[in-house]
Design a protein around this ligand. Sequence first.
Ligand code: SF4
Length: 212
Amino acid sequence: MRKDLYNWKYQKVGEKVIENLKRKKHDAYLVEKKEDVVPLLNTIMKENSKVAVGGSLTLNECNVLEFLRSGRFNFLDRYNASKDELENIYFEMFKADYFLCSANAITEDGKIVQLDGNGTRVAPMIFGPKYVIIIAGMNKIVPDLDSANKRIEYISPMNSKRLNFDTPCTYTGKCDDCLSPERICIHKVIVESGVRHPGRFKIILVKEDLGL
Ligand code: SF4
């Protein structure tokens, strides 16, 4: 597809998703490119706040981890933690001011869909941190929940392989609905709405493809 048509499509779909996320009482932002994410975070996040992240390629691609390591935040850095420290971080995350992660899929009508293995991404997303900031590329946008499920089925083997988990899909590229102890598809969560805590979720949608 021509680049200008591609941009036009992303703008049109992006605006629709943002409108529906706002209708569901989330804060939502549409930005042009991954380089716009950190400046926006700079305006949203308060200095010296406690911050945690869920595992995400997108955060890396947008230089968010570097931003959080700037010394301006109390960053619970899961990537520079020993095994014992990591266990502690998983519990401390619930007391964070901000929890940042990406999404596995966002439907055009504004539902956020996450699939998780040990639950350390979906649990603080549901409960605990004052704010949840989700950063997602346009490749995460799907028409509906059926498409979200298909997307998740498609990307899970890739994620399992990327993380080098000992699951059938790591070796075959296909889901076997396995009972492996390292299964990454355990908890599927759909955030239907933010009406109970308006503005707790802040979704930054980037008009590029990011992460898996
Ligand atoms: S259920 Fe098992 S085989 Fe299927 S995608 Fe998840 S980890 Fe892979």
